[in-house]
Design a protein around this ligand. Structure first.
Ligand SMILES: NC(=O)c1ccc[n+]([C@@H]2O[C@H](COP(=O)([O-])OP(=O)(O)OC[C@H]3O[C@@H](n4cnc5c(N)ncnc54)[C@H](OP(=O)(O)O)[C@@H]3O)[C@@H](O)[C@H]2O)c1
Length: 305
């Protein structure tokens, strides 16, 4: 039975052996997909990846991957997807898929023109090298049928949660991912910088911030939005905000980010205060205070011009 299923699964080829390919290829192989060929610009990276895959070999050219596979993943940087795709020879027997959450299927137009099916397979996960879990991870998919069904089955086989998107969905979807991942990292970078002023090294700061970060994520998982919001805006502590902005007077970038995020926090705090008139009034006062601070900021910028 298992052998029958395996023989029905498409042969997979991987162009690129970076962070995403190094997580995806082993997961697909472990789910029974025949991952047969890997190419990377640096041969040693392809060799390192195939070493952990059964019956897979590193090849010398990206065309050799295409020639051996039915579904080819272009796991290369966003800016290289179209270039790589356009340089290869495709046939109607091929499906070609990239892993970017920002682009839709447009960069694969050359393969489509040659009759290949094209699709997107974007794991909503952060890959920074090493083994990355895919179980429970959303995998956004756009493709025409029958490729869409193939990719949905692939996502399910590696434990992911498929999410079907249309071409119009990608920009908003990707902005959401940037907020939930990249801007958390940049917020932590600002926090680390501020903690230098209390005498902590960047490493110490990060180590001390991680439990806070973990408990925030745990609270989001346990009680969700808006209840996971804590802090001065949730409490309506206007004087605390005033002190924060004062201390950021010499940190223009951090101050700007603080104000923008504070503004975005107000609707969450309002939702959290639903049914608590005193709390709602305090949050409304914070809103008015922030609007006044933003107006002052704009006036100062105008004076400087
Ligand atoms: N990293 C993430 O968290 C993440 C999450 C979801 C989706 N994605 C998407 O997954 C895709 C791959 O990202 P990644 O993080 O795996 O990238 P990566 O770690 O930088 O790996 C990129 C791979 O592409 C190769 N490459 C680089 N430039 C190339 C070029 N001009 N022509 C041909 N090959 C080239 C690299 O080869 P060499 O190393 O041998 O030079 C490497 O094998 C991107 O579309 C990205 O948006 C990334």
């Amino acid at each position: 039975m298992e052998g029958e299923r395996a023989s029905r699964l498409p042969v997979i080829g991987m162009i690129g052996a970076g962070a995403v390919a190094s997580a995806l290829a082993p997961a697909l192989a472990a789910a029974g997909y025949p991952v047969r060929a890997v190419w990377s610009r640096h041969a040693e990276r392809a060799a390192a990846l195939v070493a952990c895959l059964p019956s897979c070999h590193a090849v010398d050219t990206p065309q050799a991957v295409v020639d051996q596979a039915a579904v080819v993943f272009l796991a290369v940087p966003d800016d290289a997807i179209e270039l790589v795709c356009t340089a290869l020879r495709w046939t109607p027997a091929h499906a070609v898929v990239h892993c970017s959450g920002a682009l839709g299927r447009a960069p694969l137009a050359a393969a489509e023109a040659a009759g290949a099916q094209t699709g997107v397979f974007h794991p909503l996960q952060s890959f920074a090298g090493g083994s990355v879990p895919l179980a429970g991870v959303s995998i956004a998919i756009e493709a025409p049928e029958p490729l869409a069904t193939t990719l949905v089955q692939m996502a399910q086989a590696i434990g992911g949660q498929p999410l079907r998107l249309t071409s119009a969905d990608w920009p908003r979807y990707h902005v959401a991912a940037v907020f939930a991942s990249n801007y958390v990292v940049s917020s932590v970078a600002i926090a680390v910088q501020l903690l230098q002023h209390v005498g902590l090294s960047p490493d110490e700061s990060l180590a001390r911030l991680l439990p806070l970060l973990r408990s925030t994520v745990d609270n989001l998982a346990r009680i969700g939005l808006p209840d996971a919001l804590t802090g001065p805006i949730a409490r309506g502590d206007q004087q605390t905000l005033r002190r924060h902005l004062a201390v950021l007077a010499d940190e223009p970038l951090a101050r700007e980010a603080y104000l923008a995020l504070a503004k975005a926090t107000i609707p969450v705090a309002e939702a959290r205060a639903t049914g608590q008139p005193e709390r709602l009034a305090a949050v409304a006062a914070v809103r008015a205070f922030l609007e006044a601070a933003a107006r002052e900021e704009q006036a100062d910028a105008g004076d400087r011009r």
